[in-house]
Each structure stands twice: as structure tokens, then as C-alpha cells.
Design a protein around this ligand. Structure first.
Ligand SMILES: Cc1ncc(COP(=O)(O)O)c(C=O)c1O
Length: 377
């Protein structure tokens, strides 16, 4: 692909982030769980409408820690929205439990509450629901199912920073939520993640587990005695470094502008593709604010999605499939068919979506996609 191609995703980072990193260099605290992480955690809890936040190395580790502190045991079943990057299902397996994949709504691709309910068995302990492309799923319905069956509810909000559901921020919709700050997400430090919750006990336990089973060193700073931690449980190093947290503090300042820029790109795409019969544009539900982590078109069955993608790429516009149907991934072994998710996996197409796209680039993407569809129809 030529270096001048229009990127599928791109971070928005610049002088402010560099200045924040320089500040961390001067402070000498480059390791994780330091002052920059603390500051970000306080601010991110506010942004997500939760009482507590913990920074983590990435979203996968936040999901894993979350499942651990929820008490997941071998033999437990966790119902997981199928259409997602398989980090979601992986975390369940890594925590020793069995992911049971739920089919999805055909319009917004998040777990279909009716199918979630149908999958509950006496072994089910919780629901791990994914905000697909960042748009929250049906959390009132998931909550009702969870309450009826005594399950916990966990939000995979990897792509959802800044999204809302019935005016409530993503992150506050379940007992726990996990975010990703990977380079293709709405706010990013290259890699990174966070776990948020109103439950102090859950975040406190996760905090210890994320630093080898002891309280982070910052908690012993300035002590008049010589506190020597004891190790009682097997923890991990899942810390975000303070270098990354400093970047995230600037990214959080930028969040409103980044969301507005993505929203404006989505609006222009909607208009550009409204009359293209072979394409269905993504749906934003009226009671939710979509953060547009990705813009996923659905290609009509008569047109080959793969051929379309290759044609668009050949014109210097990056694009890709949407995300994965987890149940079709060999790692999980044979699974029951989930036709809606399998169909989305086969027919969705991600086109460039990020906050740096210029008007001219959006126009160019729209032209290239329209022409490519015409040439294959
Ligand atoms: C829905 C979802 N969950 C989890 C992850 C994993 O995030 P990370 O790469 O930060 O571990 C991703 C990453 O793409 C994702 O999209």
C-alpha cells in the first residue's frame, strides 16, 4: 500500500503529548502506577461516571483482572457478545472459564438480549457485553437478565470512550467495565487500558493483582516507617507506565474535540452512502451517542465484500473487514452456529475513520467506495 494512502485509523497526538512526556522524564517516575497514572485514574473515573478507575497495560489485562476479581472459577460459563476482537473471549478462557457466545442484533451488532437470556444455564456466572465499534449494547435488558438470574454484568468498553447510553457514560453501565487505549481507539497512548467500577472492593483487589499482588509502591511513598510488603497471592505486572499515563492525560483533554471530529466524518459518510443500494450504513440508536471508533458498512450479499475491499485498497484508501465472529475462531473449538454474527463477519467493511481525516479525504473515500461498488454491481 502506498504511503500516501488514506489511513483506516490514526492517532491524534502532537506537541502537547510530547510536552507531557518530557514532564514525566523530568519527574523521574517513568514506571507504572505513579503520579501520572493516579491523576489519569481520578479523571477517567469522572469521565466514565464511576467511582474508581485502575490503569492497566491494555484492555485484555483489564478484562482478565476484572474476571478474576469477579471470582470466575474453572467450570463457570460467561456469556460473551460474539462480534468482537477475540481478546474478549480470550480473557474468559485465560481466567479458567468457558465463553458461551451470544448472537448479535443485526442492526447494531451488540449481543441480542433474547439470545443472551436463552443461553443462561445453572453454570452461568456473568454476562460480558461488548460495545461494538464503541456503541453501547442494550444494558437495561442485560441488567434485567443479570438480576433475574443472579449474574454479574461486565462491559467490554474497549472502543467506547466518550459514548453514552440513555445519557449514562460508557463505563458506568455494568458492575465493571474495561477500556482500551490501543492506537486505533478514540483516545490512545499506543497501548493501554483501564478498568472502572463503582465498587471499591473490585478495583482495590484488581490494583493489587496488577502489581504482583502487593500495593503499588506509590502507596508507601513518604512513609515515616519502612513498610515491607508481604506477598499473599499470585499477581501480575499489568501496569500502564507513567509515560503512557501522561499521554492519556492529554488525550482526555482532547476527547470532546476528537469525538466531534469523528461524528462529523460519520455524518458525511452517511450522506454519501445513503443512496447506494448495495451498502447499509451503520445505525446510531436514538438513545445512545456513538463514539465512532470504527465506521462499519455492511455490503449487500450480491457484491463480494472481499473484492470490494481489494478494489478500494487499490485506489489508495485503506479498508478492512469489520471485526471477528468469535465462535468461528478455531481457538474456541466447535461452537453452535450464530448466523447473524457470521453474516456480519462475512459482509462488514471498515473504511477510514479517525479524527485527522480532512474534508478532502472524506470526499475521496466516499468517491472511491461508491465507484468500487458500481464497478462490482
Ligand atoms: C472489543 C475489544 N475488546 C478488547 C480488545 C483488546 O484491547 P487491547 O488491545 O487493548 O488489549 C479490543 C481491541 O481491539 C477490542 O476491540
Amino acid at each position: 500500500m502506498s504511503s500516501e494512502s488514506i489511513a483506516l485509523g490514526q492517532p491524534t497526538v502532537g506537541e502537547e503529548e510530547l510536552a507531557a512526556v518530557a514532564e514525566v522524564f523530568r519527574s523521574g517516575w517513568l514506571a507504572g502506577a505513579g503520579p501520572a497514572c493516579r491523576r489519569f485514574e481520578e479523571r477517567f473515573a469522572q469521565v466514565t461516571g464511576t467511582a474508581h478507575a485502575l490503569t492497566t497495560a491494555n484492555c485484555g489485562s483489564a478484562l482478565f483482572l476484572g474476571l478474576k476479581v469477579l471470582g470466575v472459577q474453572p467450570g463457570d460459563e460467561v456469556i460473551v457478545g460474539d462480534y468482537t476482537f477475540p481478546a474478549t473471549g480470550h480473557a474468559v478462557v485465560q481466567a479458567g472459564a468457558k465463553p458461551v457466545f451470544a448472537d448479535i442484533r443485526p442492526d447494531v451488532f451488540s449481543a441480542d438480549p433474547a439470545h443472551v437470556e436463552a443461553l443462561v444455564t445453572p453454570r452461568t456466572v456473568g454476562i460480558l457485553a461488548v460495545d461494538v465499534a464503541g456503541q453501547p449494547g442494550d444494558f437495561d435488558e442485560y441488567r434485567a437478565i443479570a438480576d433475574e438470574h443472579g449474574l454479574w454484568l461486565f462491559e467490554d468498553a474497549a472502543c467506547a470512550a466518550g459514548a453514552t447510553y440513555k445519557t449514562r457514560p460508557a463505563g458506568s453501565l455494568a458492575d465493571l467495565a474495561a477500556f482500551s487505549f490501543h492506537g486505533r481507539k478514540g483516545i490512545t497512548a499506543g497501548e493501554g487500558g483501564a478498568l472502572v467500577s463503582d465498587r471499591e472492593d473490585l478495583i482495590a483487589r484488581a490494583r493489587k493483582l496488577h502489581t504482583y499482588g502487593i500495593e503499588p509502591a506509590i502507596s508507601r511513598e513518604g512513609s515515616a516507617t519502612l513498610p515491607i510488603p508481604e506477598f499473599h497471592e499470585l499477581g501480575y505486572n499489568f501496569r500502564l507506565s507513567d509515560v503512557q499515563a501522561a499521554i492519556m492525560n492529554v488525550q482526555l483533554d482532547r476527547l470532546p474535540d476528537l469525538l466531534a471530529a469523528r461524528r462529523s466524518v460519520a455524518k458525511r459518510y452517511h450522506e454519501a452512502f445513503a443512496d447506494v443500494e448495495a451498502l447499509t450504513v451503520p445505525v446510531e440508536l436514538p438513545d445512545r451517542e456513538h463514539p465512532w471508533q470504527a465506521y462499519l458498512l455492511t455490503v449487500a450479499p450480491e457484491v463480494s465484500r472481499d473484492a470490494l475491499a481489494l478494489r478500494i485498497r487499490s485506489q489508495g484508501v485503506q479498508c478492512n473487514f469489520g471485526t471477528y465472529a468469535s465462535h468461528l475462531q478455531p481457538i474456541y473449538g466447535p461452537q453452535a452456529p450464530l448466523p447473524v454474527s457470521a453474516d456480519a463477519f462475512a459482509r462488514q467493511l471498515a473504511i477510514p475513520m479517525h479524527a485527522n481525516l480532512t474534508d478532502a479525504e472524506v470526499t475521496r473515500v466516499a468517491e472511491v467506495v461508491r465507484e468500487a461498488v458500481q464497478s462490482l454491481s
